[in-house]
Design a protein around this ligand. Structure first.
Ligand SMILES: [Zn+2]
Length: 151
């Protein structure tokens, strides 16, 4: 069975939850202008309870079909990335204090149920380049692609 909803309250600080699942293409649901998932996505997530919040570490892999921003042709693209962010209760927002991990994203939410489909969608959107170019089109010199090169 594919796991989708995680009850965060079941995670204790001494036993992180590790999940390895697949998200079927039809549930990836990217906005139309960003592309369309054309494969099931592999998703691995480990959730650590940390103080009043959670640390969420994971990786995903899949394939999307997108339209080139320059020539307009459709192309398929493998997308994969790793992510790490902190999930903190709303009450921690604005307190600065102990949430100063500079290289980590923080998401504030009081939800006790984590929707893995939502996590995947957010992470794909965060990591997609702002301008999708097909393999035929060279990148602009002044265009900085954040993640593509390293992969
Ligand atoms: Zn192109």
């Amino acid at each position: 069975m594919l796991k989708r909803f995680i009850n965060l309250e079941e995670i204790s600080s001494d036993s992180p939850l590790k999940i390895k699942t697949k998200v079927p293409a039809k549930f990836v649901n990217l906005p139309q202008e960003e592309g369309k998932a054309v494969s099931d996505f592999d998703l691995e997530v480990t959730i650590f309870k940390s103080g009043s919040g959670y640390d969420i570490v994971g990786r995903y892999k899949g394939k999307i079909k997108a339209v080139c921003a320059r020539c307009g042709s459709e192309f398929e693209k493998d997308v994969k990335d790793e992510f790490h962010y902190a999930l903190m209760p709303l009450s921690a927002a604005g307190k600065g204090g102990d949430i100063s991990h500079e290289d980590m994203d923080i998401k504030f939410s009081n939800e006790k149920i984590l929707d893995l489909h939502e996590v995947l969608r957010e992470q794909i959107l965060l990591h997609l380049p702002s301008k999708m170019l097909c393999p035929e089109c060279p990148e602009d010199k002044d265009f900085i692609s954040y993640v593509e090169e390293e992969l």
